[in-house]
Design a protein around this ligand. Structure first.
Ligand code: BGP
Length: 474
């Protein structure tokens, strides 16, 4: 089996990382509008409200809000078959709880989708990619409160209806799996997903478990709703997963590595098997965490199974035994894998990990998978004649595509698309830096928001164009 003829080659972007125009079009304040840029090795600061002196990269993004036509034309020139983008909830419901949506916000996304369709590019629309109205966090406490599920569903209904007939692929959430009571989380991870700082959470384990449960439930309810509005749609959920390897063959380390990796799968289990996994409830019970699955919820899990799994893949990690069978592992780095190199930001470069993860996931669930994010964050040097020679990026992607090919051709994994993160440079989510670049298209802008914002094709632009033209024969 080769890549299917209609294989979806393309890329992924997210609203808060590219749109900018944070005060235009009647947009409300979103959680990522309050996060500053982090210096190298330093975390981004998260503010409670806007402060005059701080620099907030989401406020300008790469100005996609005004330049989407130019950007989509460049992606079309590369031959893109698909673009995954997200809807900023705070553009549609500025505070999250209004009775009526903001028509200007809806119109913006309708225009973007129309522009994509004009070039035959399939839009894949994410409904929640770290974009929650700040008001829902301050008034209701975010996903820990079930009321927020209702507001999310109202928002989903608005978008399903507004884009009906034009969008075939929907994604309910991006990377909700990074919230787990067992994992020591960094502030930025819990903040991106739920607008809450880990260090400030009261009753951390219970709150994180509740958020994880409520988001899983919200996804199932959204799937059911989307199918009812348009039965033609394919609705999935995107997970960011890194394979976890044991540090050696000590069975305890092997078990521990399995347990670490397994934490990223309980929500996929719920969404594919149609029930919230009993092993998770058991685990919660043993730690005094209370999650009650009502009969109504049970029905929602049964009715809202996903059509496909979206897989964000960047790196793998290593787990080591640390005094108990529930030891510790590190997300993206920490423990070094001696066989792998890492990016400047410490993310390991592990193409085989992609094949492993695709096999692991497909064997478990047997439903179609799409690689929704994969790419190398790197510092690019603009030469005097305004070129970017990014062979390191091509090298990274080539090796990953080669492994993807093995997964599809040899291992028979049903994968229907490969989307790079991100086809055009944009603001990095975890660091806020512009200098952590992923694109085939360079955006002239630095970490302080200075630059012409000119778009410049990197060497990888022509290369990826050939990958698409040849359906993966690069
Ligand atoms: C994923 C997110 C993306 C993106 C990517 C790269 O987890 O879904 O939004 O940002 O990671 O991360 P970063 O931008 O921090 O390099």
């Amino acid at each position: 089996m080769r890549f299917k003829d209609n294989f979806l080659w393309g890329g992924s972007i997210a609203a808060h990382q590219c749109e900018g125009a944070y005060e235009e079009g009647q947009k409300g304040l979103g959680i990522m509008d309050l996060v500053t840029v982090g210096a190298y090795g330093k975390p981004r600061e998260i503010h409670k409200q806007l402060s005059g002196s701080a620099h907030y990269p989401s406020h300008h993004g790469i100005d996609f809000y005004h330049r989407y036509k130019e950007d989509i034309a460049l992606l079309a020139e590369m031959g893109f078959k698909a673009l995954r983008l997200s809807i900023d909830w705070s553009r549609i419901y500025p505070k999250g709880e209004e009775n009526l949506p903001n028509q200007e916000g809806i119109l913006f996304y309708q225009k973007v989708v129309d522009e994509l369709k004009r070039y035959g590019i399939e839009p894949i629309v994410t409904l929640y990619h770290f974009e929650m109205p700040v008001h829902l966090v301050s008034k209701y406490g975010s996903w820990a409160n079930r009321k927020v599920i209702d507001y999310y569903l109202t928002f989903c209904r608005t978008m399903f209806e507004a884009l009906k007939g034009n969008v075939r692929y929907w994604v309910t959430f991006n990377e909700m799996n990074h919230i787990d009571p067992q994992t020591e989380a960094s502030d930025i991870f819990t903040y991106m997903i739920a607008g809450l700082k880990y260090s400030e959470l009261e009753n951390k384990k219970q709150t994180l478990a509740t958020i994880g449960y409520n988001m899983t439930l919200a996804s199932c309810l959204a799937v059911k709703l989307g199918h009812a509005i348009d039965p033609q749609t394919q609705i999935g959920c995107v997970f960011g997963i890194e394979p976890v390897y044991p540090i050696d063959c000590n069975p305890i380390n092997v078990m521990n590595a399995f347990k670490q990796m397994d934490r990223d799968f309980y929500q996929i289990d719920a969404m594919c098997n149609g029930q919230f996994p009993s092993y998770k409830i058991q685990e919660y019970k043993s730690q005094g965490i209370k999650i009650a699955v009502s009969e109504e919820d049970r029905q929602a899990f049964r009715d809202g199974t996903i059509d496909f799994i979206g897989m964000n893949y960047y790196a793998s990690s290593v787990a080591e035994y640390e005094g108990s069978e529930e030891g510790k592992s590190a997300l993206f780095g920490g423990l070094q894998n001696p066989y792998l190199e890492a990016s400047k930001w410490g993310w390991t470069i592990d193409p085989v990990g992609l094949r492993y993860l695709l096999n692991y996931t497909y064997r478990k669930y047997g439903i179609p998978i799409i690689v929704t994010e994969n790419g190398l964050g790197a510092v690019d040097q603009l030469t005097e004649n305004r070129k970017i020679h990014d062979e390191y990026r091509m090298d990274y992607l080539k090796k990953h595509i080669a492994q993807l090919k093995k997964a599809v051709e040899m291992d028979q994994v049903d994968c229907f698309g490969y989307l790079t993160w991100a086809p055009i440079d944009l603001v990095s989510a975890t660091t806020g830096q512009m200098s952590k670049r992923y694109g085939f298209i360079y955006v002239d802008l630095n970490d302080h928001g200075e630059g012409s914002m000119d778009r410049i094709k990197k060497d990888s632009f022509e290369w990826f164009k050939r990958v698409i033209e040849t359906n993966g024969e690069n």
